[in-house]
Design a protein around this ligand. Structure first.
Ligand code: G3P
Ligand code: CA
Length: 375
């Protein structure tokens, strides 16, 4: 009946208007970032300046700091004797000489080693072998770093103090790591609420309200981080695959016939729109201030995953009052693409290049920054 139709149309119109009003009532992403003390757009130095120096070492973190990155990103693990340290991989094979120093334990997880044992490893020479064009003699013998040492680096320059962007890596392997992290950050004065905003300059990020951002792929760890550090900004990392967003296709990489994983991941997409939205909604409900979605990179490569920064995805996330920090993007063509799609910050191995792209170039180039730090 016409009357029913009119009533339905009216109701629909009201609901749509309400939805729009709700979206409009959210602060802009830039205003939200500013309120949180997070630069916008943010430069997150992924494992330090890890294109130019061995990842997660002093050379990479000092270079990222001195180039002017907003955040030093790290993957947090805990040694057998309870020391928090930074390492991406589960084991030590790719980035250290564990196979020659501890041949019988070379496949053991890094957390099966004491910090003293980890400190005997060379975490730099692998880089010289893998990237001869970027090799430097001084990289040989670089050490795995404790969280304390990375904090020292972040605080260690009078010119620029970056914040820390800390991922609980495989947190189920480390029961209680969220509490350990809180204790360490508290001991080091990184949880005190000094500096309410960025002030006039993004250079103050390491001294302001947004000086620590916590990140995790694990729902359970997000909940524990929220419990331990309710006032510290948190990001839920997203990808399409096991433990995260359910894929539309159940075909595995092995079954796909794709030549490499990047090609496979580029075709992966969320099961449906609602599945993507559920993860964003979950992040918000658990107190996260944003999401950290993957990107599909133009050149492919082992950091290229599903494109989770499509404009509609970013728009949905923003409409929930959340920020989007995309990982891990190194090329100008992709910086451009993800910024146009609406992201609020980028994890990059090339902090110097991203700063240039954002028209915030470092005063000195990466070569000089490495030399200045003795590399
Ligand atoms: O932490 C964001 C990004 O680093 C996620 O990827 O595997 O490099 O830690 P991954
Ligand atoms: Ca990480």
């Amino acid at each position: 009946m016409p009357l029913t139709f009119n009533k339905s149309a009216l109701l629909l119109g009201l609901l749509l208007a309400l939805g729009q009003a709700q979206a409009a009532s959210e602060p802009s992403p830039k205003a939200l970032a500013s309120h949180l003390g997070i630069p916008h757009p943010a430069v997150i130095a992924h494992r330090g300046a890890s294109f130019d120096a061995p990842e997660s070492t002093a050379a990479a973190y000092k270079a990222a700091r001195d180039l002017g990155a907003d955040y030093l990103e790290l993957d947090l693990q805990r040694s057998k004797d309870g020391v928090l340290f930074a390492l991406h991989d589960n084991n030590l094979q790719r980035t250290t000489d564990v196979a020659s120093k501890f041949p019988e334990r070379k496949d053991s997880p890094a957390n099966a080693f004491t910090m003293a044992e980890l400190k005997t490893l060379d975490a730099g020479s692998w880089f010289n072998t893998a990237y001869p064009e970027r090799a430097r003699p001084a990289f040989a013998g670089l050490k795995i770093l404790t969280l304390d040492e990375i904090i020292d680096i972040a605080q260690g320059s009078p010119r620029h103090k970056p914040g820390l962007y800390i991922e609980t890596k495989e947190p189920k392997q480390f029961p209680g790591i969220e509490r350990d992290l809180k204790d360490k950050l508290q001991d080091r004065g990184w949880l005190s609420p000094n500096g309410s905003t960025l002030g006039k300059s993004a250079l103050a990020v390491g001294q302001g309200k947004g000086k620590v951002v916590l990140q995790t792929f694990e729902k359970s760890s997000l909940e524990l981080l929220q419990q331990e550090m309710p006032n510290v900004p948190k990001i839920l990392l997203l990808w399409v695959g096991e433990g995260s967003i359910e894929p539309k296709s159940k075909v595995t990489f092995a079954e796909s016939g794709d030549k490499d994983k990047a090609a496979y991941y580029a075709k992966q997409e969320p099961k449906d729109k609602a599945e993507f939205q559920r993860w964003v909604d979950y992040a918000k409900a658990q107190g996260a201030i944003g999401t950290g979605p993957s990107a599909a990179l133009t050149q492919g490569g082992d950091q290229s995953y599903s494109d989770l920064v499509q404009p509609w995805m970013n728009e949905y996330t923003h409409n929930q009052g959340l920020l989007v920090h995309v990982y891990t993007v190194d090329d100008v063509v992709d910086y451009q693409k993800v910024m146009e799609a609406g992201v609020d910050g980028i994890f990059t191995n090339r902090a110097g290049e991203l700063l240039k792209f954002y028209k915030r170039p470092a005063v000195v180039g990466v070569e000089q920054v490495l030399l200045n730090n003795g590399y």
